[in-house]
Ligand binder design. Structure first.
Ligand code: ZN
Length: 360
């Protein structure tokens, strides 16, 4: 069976493109005159002048998304109930996300909850969302996760001990605005960890079995761009910020079809609360036998950019925590099968998996 793949509706790219947001919103505002826009803004920007630059009208709502930790079902439910309370039965004319992967994912998930009954946890999985979400705009301020083009909004479900997205066409943005000036103020290490997520999505996808020729073309180009960025002298130059934005945009379309890195990364996020990008780096650092070439390139990228990983992060955990790490990784059947086939448990035995975590 062939999958009917959706792309984001519109995109705009250019240095300073944020200044055109007002213009982009005119048709939405005109179509629903008194309806508010709900902004989801990374709390990192709360006290910066970036907030002054976005066209917020007096009847709009601003939600500052706390990105200290990545989105959970609880955090999404909380923001959804705030938004519903604010709307008081009215409809929003648009939802706009201004931030990195966590902010964009929060916006995607809350959007689905505004038009579908129940809680965030009810929609973790594939194609469970039944009604279209309001019109959504993504303005990434960090590149790499591909959330701006992917069909998922990832959340940690603490009760179930899983990290899983609302995988649905309705999660996708209708408009993406790419302004390469925005990641300029990002901390260097965060820029690296997030950006490298795109490299991971692309090689995991290209090395897997769930493919199509169009996504192949996007992933190949995105992979090439991430290598150019992270093997160059200054990964944050004007040129490279733009390249990484394009890579993330293209890589996002391959982001749902990952391999072995992401399940290990999910284990670290669930048990240690580690952020996604950094957790991916630790995961690949112990998967050299499974992904030899990406492993080699990744090490070269780290040394070129002067990034190091502190050793021993899983050295002294309790037996229960090692069990949890194993369970939270091995549960990701689809991605593991994508790389290792149906017999993935024969390679990734419990002992093998725990041993890898101990090497981190
Ligand atoms: Zn990822």
């Amino acid at each position: 069976m062939y999958r009917n793949a959706k792309n984001v509706g519109y995109y705009m790219i250019g240095d300073g493109a944020l200044d055109q947001l007002h213009e982009l919103m005119i048709p939405q505002r005109d179509a629903m005159p008194d309806a508010p826009v709900i902004y989801f803004i990374d709390h990192f920007f709360k006290k910066t002048d970036l907030v002054q630059r976005v066209p917020i009208l007096e009847w709009d709502m601003r939600i500052f998304v706390d990105t200290t930790d990545e989105p959970t079902c609880e955090s999404v439910d909380k923001y959804a109930s705030e938004a519903k309370k604010f709307l008081n039965g009215k409809k929003a004319c648009a939802l706009i996300a201004l931030g990195g992967g966590s902010t964009m994912d929060t916006c995607k998930c809350v959007g689905n909850l505004l038009t579908n009954p129940g809680d965030a946890a009810d929609y973790q999985g594939w194609d469970l969302v039944k009604n279209p979400a309001p019109y959504k705009v993504a303005i990434p301020t960090l590149s790499g996760t591909g959330s701006e083009t992917s069909r998922t909004g990832i959340m940690t479900n603490k009760k179930k001990g899983i990290k899983l997205g609302m995988n649905s066409d309705y999660s996708m943005f209708d408009q993406v605005l790419l302004d390469p000036r925005l990641p300029m103020t990002a901390p260097r290490d965060q820029y690296f960890y997030t950006g490298v997520d795109c490299f991971m999505h692309c090689f995991e996808y290209l090395d897997g079995q769930y493919r199509n020729k169009i996504t192949d073309a996007f992933a190949e180009k995105a992979l090439e761009l991430t290598k150019e960025v992270f093997l160059s002298d200054d990964m944050m130059s004007n040129d490279n910020r733009e390249k990484l934005m394009i890579a993330s945009y293209k890589g996002g379309m391959a982001a749902g079809f990952v391999g072995v890195v992401h399940p290990f990364s999910a284990g670290l996020s669930i048990v240690l609360g580690m952020h996604h990008g950094l957790a991916n780096c630790y995961a690949l650092s112990v998967l050299g036998d499974i992904y030899p070439e990406p492993y080699r390139i990744f090490n070269e990228m780290m040394s070129k950019q002067g990034i190091t990983l502190k050793k021993g992060i899983c050295a002294n955990l309790s037996p229960e925590q090692y069990d949890q790490l194993y369970e939270a990784s091995i549960v990701h059947e689809k991605p593991l099968m994508n790389k290792l086939g149906e017999k993935y448990r024969e390679i990734l035995t419990k002992e093998n998996v725990i041993d890898r975590f101990k090497q981190m």
